[in-house]
Design a protein around this ligand. Sequence first.
Ligand code: UD1
Ligand code: CA
Length: 500
Amino acid sequence: MEEPELSGKELGRKLNRIGSVAQRGGELNQLDLAILLAAGEGKRMKSSRAKVLHEIAGRSLIAHVIKAVEPSAPNELRVVVGANKEEVIQHLSQISPNAKTIYQEVRGGTGHAVKIALAGYNSLGTVLICAGDTPLLSGATLKELLKHHNSTGASATVLSANMPDPSGYGRVLREASGDLAEIVEEKDASELQKQTTEINSGVYIFAATDLVAALSKLSKDNVQQEEYLTDVIGILKSEGKKVVAFKAPDFTEILGINDRSQLSQAAFIMNARICNALMQSGVTITDPMSTWIDLTAEIDVDVVIEPGSAIRGKTKIGREAVIGPRTTLIDCEVGAQARVFESHCESSVIGGSAQVGPYAHLRSGTVLSEQVRVGSFVEIKNTTIGEGTKVPHLSYLGDASIGAQTNIGAATVIVNYDGVEKHQTVIGDHVRIGSDSMLVAPVTIGDGAYTAAGSVITEDVPPGALGIGRARQSNILGWVLKRRNGSKSAQAAAKKEGSK
Ligand code: UD1
Ligand code: CA
């Protein structure tokens, strides 16, 4: 069959399309540019920090949005910054070094922000726009939005949703036919328009050329005297362009954070998502309502997490470990079948089948080998402990290396700090440290050595030796009867004497 003849313009378009598809390795749904709007002050947060830097589930709000945008693979990412810009730019340089930041000096509205972001942008193609304060948005929904935009061939596609409580949001107005007509901000809406529950998420995809043309026609003729990006929709529509709305399957995805209550609601929703995903993957979470898990945590199958626990940062937990109740793990690695309860642990490694708690405090640099036991009121810092060693009660261990199968008696303290510098302590294998020993660093206790209870050990103890560092005891006989005559103690002692 013969190809239908194409006009010059059509042919050009077709070639462009083929060219750009080839350039993108055949991926039609790729994005050319993503713009994040993050210049607002976030006044309602009442915070000295930028709003988009507040965190939920271990990530800043803006980092969540950037993660959601990533699967759509924009060729370029531009972030409009304003309030607290140094802080935001510094954060972006860590989480997304390729992002280009654009400074909006005066808050002229979302339309103004996009205008600035597009200055000097001469590529055509497809542009995604998101706000930096909608952290629950998923990558899957953005990909669906892009797919919808491409399949309808629209000039603009708005991500909308039906909100049970639409107050505060811009309303999506439709024609009698159901087609999208325009977006009206709540502050500018009539009472009737406010009844609409379909709201604007603040996420859009535009054909770049149409967007640029429409932006030049924005006015500030509204209650807030700002250039609204939302007005672009009405402008495009009035020019006969195709504008469509794509409804998000789940309205919680587009909740915007404007104040601390919304921050906590978003954190709650995000946490429920994380817990559900983990439970689906084979983790038992006894009480997801009181368990807080960061997105960055990795938890293996058959782990049990008891109530009141927090799993933060880059924590990894091996299979069949039991964590909690009331345990916080921050950036920790926990081996299989370990048990950690009623404890606080930070930047530590807990070996397989080890037991920690109740009431243990593992500080940064603690490394426990397999089957180590750490009991109540024990604090450990910057210390490596060998397999099977026990520290069961009331101890402080700092800046030490301890061998395997050793027992650290109750109330042992490593005296690591002389008031100026920290010093190292080395304890060998199969050592028995007597209760209430003070090990004054730097000091080495050899393999198989003992220390006597109550000793202050200031010198090395060779392998197999008993180190004693305390005054010998002497008893002064009859002292109480003589010096505390008439006291209850004296009476008790006298009775004992008489019964002899
Ligand atoms: C905006 C939408 C509204 C939508 C809602 C969704 C407009 C006019 N309104 O309202 O229809 O329902 O989002 O959450 O777009 N920003 C700048 N520079 C500015 C103004 C804003 O960068 O000059 C940024 C803000 O930092 C924020 C985003 O744009 O990240 C949205 O601004 P915000 O003031 O929160 O808009 P809303 O009133 O929530
Ligand atoms: Ca907002």
